[in-house]
Each structure stands twice: as structure tokens, then as C-alpha cells.
Design a protein around this ligand. Sequence first.
Ligand SMILES: O=c1ccn([C@H]2C[C@H](O)[C@@H](CO)O2)c(=O)[nH]1
Ligand SMILES: [Zn+2]
Length: 139
Amino acid sequence: MKITPVLKRRLEKAAREAAKKSYSPYSMFPVGVAILMESGKVFTGTNVENASYGLCNCAERTAIFSAVAAGERVLSCVVVYTPTREPTSPCGACRQVINEFGPKIPVISVCDGEERIETTLDVLLPKAFGPHNLAQGLF
Ligand SMILES: O=c1ccn([C@H]2C[C@H](O)[C@@H](CO)O2)c(=O)[nH]1
Ligand SMILES: [Zn+2]
């Protein structure tokens, strides 16, 4: 799915909106994500924290899991928004989950400042472990 400038702006807006739903009373670090699927559908997610800190779920994974739960499998683009001066890249766990459904896709991070990061998942997670590793058998 081609990411046009119009589509990019739509995803950024959706990511900013999604951050407003963040449940992050412990970190006070709200994150909003919008993802575009190959089907053209857009899903959003936000981070959901827990009093048992280790159970906190990132915005990226919330969005991807809800897309998969809706029957979607192929990611085309991930946009992350944080209300910070500098953009935030997805954490390692989320990079791994993005890899499962979109190994080379654009990953865009935006914030309240001018700076933005526009990169791709294979740059963020080089030589990734993925489905192909399991498919080749043990020997
Ligand atoms: O890319 C990121 C980085 C962090 N978080 C969340 C996890 C936790 O709730 C809070 C602080 O790490 O931000 C995300 O949702 N996405
Ligand atoms: Zn994460």
C-alpha cells in the first residue's frame, strides 16, 4: 500500500488523537499510534499501563493486536506520536512485533517539536529473528 502525503497526515492525526486515550498514570508518558494495513484500513492504539508495572502494554502493540484481532495480517506503515520535544522510536519488543507483520515497512515518529524520524523497520531491527527462521527446520 503506497503511503501518500495525505495518508501520512491522516495517520499522524489519528496517532495524536489516540494518545488522548492513554492509560499511563505511572509513567505519565502517553503514546498514540496509528497503523495502516495493506487493506487500507487504519487502526489505532495507545499505551495501557498496570499497577503491576511489568504488564504495561505499548501503544504500538495495542494497535497491532487490535488489527490482528479484526482479521488483518499485513502492515503497511506505523506512525507513533508522543507529546514530547523529540520523537520516540518503538521499543525493542514492539520492533519485534512489527517485524512479524511488516518486516520492511516505514516507521514514522512525530512529536510536538519540529523533529521527526522517518525510517523503516529493517533499519530499526536489522537481522531480525522472524517467521523465516522457524520455517527452515533445525538442520
Ligand atoms: O514507543 C513507545 C515507548 C513507550 N511506550 C509506553 C510504555 C509505557 O507505558 C510508557 C513509558 O515507557 O510508554 C509506548 O507505548 N511506546
Ligand atoms: Zn513498545
